[in-house]
Design a protein around this ligand. Structure first.
Ligand code: DON
Length: 306
């Protein structure tokens, strides 16, 4: 029998392509030139088969979608207790770049910028140099994707030149005694982490690796322990889509993470990894067509967790 998935993805992409609202992000100069009509979707199954449609091999910067994977590396490297001392697990209900701190001074969660900068500083041994931590992030995220990823140096420099808000967040956490290291180093490394280049197919494999308990289904490598994925997916489910997380969970029902370059990743435990890319964003910072594609896929394939 003919495999129905490729046709399904093509049809889904056509049906969602008329969702033309939203704006390409203007705050990171290097991203502002993205073609607003690009649209790709990809899906990876637990046996490592990857299906894609449209601009599924167009590369873009991973941005905030790096956050769950950086969180996974920090958990694997430093253990749950240490990471939880520094970063919480509660939804913030605020925008991704807000000053969302708990009374204790801990950032509310690792999916918002203030928590992600803090999480980045917890990756690897505390004594690592900036370059060694960058290398650990690059190797770790590459293992999730199953191929050697690269940094978009122009995007990195462009965002680094506009990093005052993230620096302010890092200084606040530092002042609360919750940042491991220097604010400038943490923001530099975090910004580099956000500038890694991926495509929708990579996102599908990375998502499936999380959904498969840390084992990359394409390479067979156990990238992080299974307990790490349980923790990461739980936080994605409650905090991954920022202040739209509740709405997302009730309509789509898949733990997910979005990025401001237009990427969107969803991981359904034990079942499937999904990646989408389309640069136009809604007012919260989530890809308009990406969200639409997930709504359709979830409804059509019955993927809602509940
Ligand atoms: O730090 C920032 O603001 C960006 N590098 C990433 C933000 C982001 O992707 C938010 N996602 N929707």
């Amino acid at each position: 029998m003919r495999n129905p998935v490729p046709d399904l993805l093509d049809r889904l992409r056509r049906e969602c392509a008329d969702a033309d609202g939203g704006e390409v992000l203007a705050t990171i100069p290097e991203l502002a030139d993205a073609d607003p009509d690009l649209f790709g979707v990809a899906l990876c199954t637990i046996d490592g088969t990857v299906y894609g449609s449209g601009d599924d091999d167009h590369r873009f910067t991973i941005q905030s979608i790096s956050k769950p994977f950086a969180y996974a590396l920090a958990l694997a490297d430093r253990g749950r207790d240490t990471v939880l001392e520094h970063v919480g697990v509660e939804p913030s209900g605020d925008s991704f770049n807000e000053i969302s701190l708990e009374q204790s001074g801990r950032p509310r969660n690792p999916m918002i910028n203030i928590g992600a900068v803090t999480t980045h500083s917890l990756i690897g041994d505390p004594k690592l140099s900036l370059e060694e931590r960058d290398a650990r992030v690059l190797a770790g995220l590459s293992a999730f994707a199953g191929r050697e990823l690269e940094v978009d140096e122009a995007a990195f420099e462009s965002e680094r030149a506009e990093a005052s808000r993230n620096l302010a967040l890092a200084y606040l956490v530092h002042a609360q005694g919750k940042l491991d290291g220097e604010p400038h180093d943490a923001v530099d490394g975090y910004t580099r982490q956000c500038a890694l280049l991926v495509d929708a197919r990579d996102l599908a494999v990375m998502a499936m690796t999380l959904a498969a308990g840390g084992r990359n289904p394409v390479t067979g490598e156990q990238v992080v322990p299974t307990w790490v994925c349980t923790q990461v997916l739980s936080v994605m489910a409650t905090c991954g889509m920022y202040d739209a997380s509740g709405q997302w969970m009730s309509t789509v029902g898949i733990p997910a993470k979005s990025g401001v370059a237009g990427g969107l990743l969803g991981a359904l435990p034990g079942q499937v990894g999904i990646g989408a890319f389309s640069p136009r964003l809604d007012e919260i910072g989530n890809s308009v067509r990406g969200v639409r594609a997930f709504e359709h896929l979830s409804a059509e394939l019955g993927l809602h967790l509940m």
